[in-house]
Design a protein around this ligand. Sequence first.
Ligand code: GGG
Length: 337
Amino acid sequence: MVPCDGAGKEVVPEAVKVLRAAGADFEFEELDINADAYLRDGVPIPADAWKKLAAADAILFGAVGDPRVPDPNYLAGVLLRLRFELDLYVNLRPAKLYDDRLSPLRREERRHIDLMVVRENTEGAYVGMGGRFKKGTADEVAIQEDVNTHLGVMRIIEHAFQIAKNEVVMVDKSNAMTFAGGLWQERWKDVARAHPAIKTRHLFVDAAAMQLVKDPSQFDVIVTSNLFGDVLSDLTAELVGGMGIAPSANINPKTGRGLFEPVHGTAPDIAGKGLVNPIGAILSAGMMVQHLGHHEMASAIEGAVESAIRAGECTRDVGGNLSTSQAGDAVVKRLRD
Ligand code: GGG
């Protein structure tokens, strides 16, 4: 467990409480990786903690970031290092509507939302290649490279087909970003040919954003790059109730490694006041047990979350009036009943 910073410190204990109530017979070890430790020791992840993370069956992560640490090396040295060095190339960000009242959409028939954003997680614009020339002057040039590899693009598209039941929609911006887009288009066609039973569609990212708001019920699996997946999955989270309930899994299906975390960040404005929604972390723990092969436990956790949300036994952001730990208790109670 790496609760890390801010809201993460409140939601990870709730997720663990729910895992125990669901009967998870795991050994949990909490690691002291956070902004306090970074400010004290100057190291984002100490070597002994890294060894434990690399050996763990799964990592349950909270959120990283702290207003006292403007240094981008901290975020990169924690979360991006874990994603990149453990090669967690698949980022699964599901969006499922558990109760109609959480949808901002007016039309009832468009509220059947159960989709998965499959985001490439180890390449793209987040690899940190580039630089700033003549920094701080009026002549400054800033370059941020967008890295796309044959292997990286192929394996993420392949994973999307592995989990799709009906259709895979590939999202890029190949009309404007022609080099990266050309590679995505070619690999997309190759991989799609090998899966004739699954329907396919391509959308430019701007059109995908528009279609997601117009009628999200049309989507099953969306596969896209690191940057576009990051952006679109915030949109899909909002369509089903907001960032507080959005879970995610960062996995490598070949090595079995996985890091599971709520999509939300540290929420410094509300952290520490018992206001943070633990559902994103609880559903991430559900994705973790699913990944570890405990399918019944995963369904039980999701069912308990859905029931608590429908009953309004949840935090304020999703229409309830419970605190973080009371919202966790509402899920626990349903698992025990
Ligand atoms: N669980 C997602 C996460 O930790 N994201 C990192 C992030 O966005 N950090 C900045 C912040 O939360 O302020």
